[in-house]
Ligand binder design. Structure first.
Ligand SMILES: Nc1ncnc2c1ncn2[C@@H]1O[C@H](COP(=O)(O)OP(=O)(O)OP(=O)(O)O)[C@@H](O)[C@H]1O
Ligand SMILES: [Mg+2]
Ligand SMILES: [Zn+2]
Length: 365
């Protein structure tokens, strides 16, 4: 079976999750037939840079121009679209800068850029991991960008924008690929779960999305791994897979904090340890959770800040806790957890600093 992330790679701009500004700009560029000769795509892993680069190649070369002008999308049915989808288009050149750094490769690139497209409208160069290019390569590219050959589009994709020389970046249209908000990751994962007929709990899907930290490829490959562990996937399976603890478990600790119930907190910690859970992660997530409740307590409008990292239900639970918690109490515990985290990292008994923090700060409201 093909990897999920390959199977679900968007074939049209409308299939992209998030990145709505980028989708809109390319839609207009397609409708008006106005593509730039150079682009820089930057942003974190698995957010759609290479995917969009290939979509741009189709938008530029789709032979159904009326369709492109009307929809701002490639038709996905013509010979050009099909060849690009199947990765066998001569005029769409993908270069991995990480493994093509030699002088010969650069000379080839320079010559290749000078040669007009053989059968397509545009020759498109997609240079992935562009931050790995060497000095001679940047020089060759700069010359090209100063006098762009007609019918050529160069797309540089990178996770490290600051390594792109300013002389290059300033001659290109630049697009920042944002991390994908948690709720959009969850929605996409649920759509895949339904299509693939996986059996997996909501909490497990949510933890996968949280662990992916805004990256769709990571989210989809974690789902792949989780699904391959057995017929039905629960939270504990994903917790051991990603070495992180689910939101609901952390919320359970905060319930204990609100009630000032040290024994409930100790019992919850024991539960995490008994399934091989990561206590360091409990501490870290608890710090993050208390920080959010305190921020919300200070100003409920700060909800905006957390919309990208929590689902709707998670945000509602956090808001409820922010109203119930005693801020002085929470601040004292937060400080103890931050100090405890430092000790835990080097301790042969990492759960003990956490237990001590609970005993010291709970039950003494
Ligand atoms: N915005 C998105 N919408 C839908 N799927 C996405 C999106 N971004 C990434 N994906 C999924 O993740 C896979 C990898 O995406 P892509 O190769 O475009 O990421 P990238 O930004 O180039 O990452 P890297 O920096 O690691 O090269 C795609 O095949 C697709 O399944
Ligand atoms: Mg890429
Ligand atoms: Zn087409």
């Amino acid at each position: 079976m093909a990897a999920l992330y390959r199977k679900y790679r968007p074939r049209a701009f409308r299939d992209l999750v998030g990145q709505s500004q980028i989708v809109e700009i390319f839609g207009n560029a397609g409708r008006q037939d106005k593509l730039a000769h150079a682009y820089v795509f930057y942003g974190s892993r698995g957010t759609g840079k290479t995917t969009v680069a290939r979509l741009v190649a189709k938008l530029a070369n789709c032979t159904a121009r009326d369709y492109v002008h009307k929809e701002g999308e490639p038709c996905n049915a013509c010979v050009a679209c099909a060849a690009i989808d199947e990765g066998r288009a001569m005029d769409v050149v993908e270069i991995d800068a990480a493994s093509n750094r030699g002088i010969d490769e650069i000379r080839d690139l320079r010559e290749s850029i000078r040669v007009a497209p053989s059968s397509f409208i545009y020759k498109v160069f997609i240079i992935d991991e562009a931050h790995m290019l060497t000095g001679p390569a940047w020089n060759a590219l700069l010359k090209t960008l100063e006098e762009p050959p007609p019918r050529t589009i160069i797309i540089l994709a990178t996770t490290e924008y600051e390594k792109i020389p300013a002389t290059i970046a300033s001659r290109a249209q630049r697009f920042h690929f944002r991390k994908i908000p948690m709720r959009e990751l969850v929605a996409k994962l649920n759509a895949i779960v339904a299509a693939e007929k996986f059996t997996i709990t909501d909490e497990a899907v949510e933890l996968i999305a949280a662990a992916a930290e805004g990256g769709m490829r990571d989210a989809q490959s974690l789902l792949d791994q989780a699904a391959s562990t057995g017929a039905s996937v629960d939270l504990a399976t994903v917790e051991s897979l990603v070495g992180k603890v689910g939101f609901r478990r952390i919320a359970q600790f905060v319930d204990a904090v609100v009630k000032g119930d040290a024994s409930e907190a100790l019992r919850a910690l024991h539960e995490v340890r008994s399934v091989g859970g990561n206590v360091l992660d409990v501490c870290k997530e608890l710090i993050a959770y208390l920080r959010r409740t305190l921020a919300l307590r200070t100003d409920p409008k700060l909800e905006e800040l957390f919309k990208d990292e929590l689902t709707k239900e998670e945000l509602a639970a956090t808001v409820a806790h922010s109203k119930a918690i005693d801020p002085q109490h929470a601040i004292a515990l937060l400080k103890a957890l931050i100090a405890g985290y430092g000790e835990m990292r080097y301790s042969p008994f990492p759960h003990i600093p956490l237990e001590v923090a609970f005993i010291e700060h709970l039950g003494r409201k």
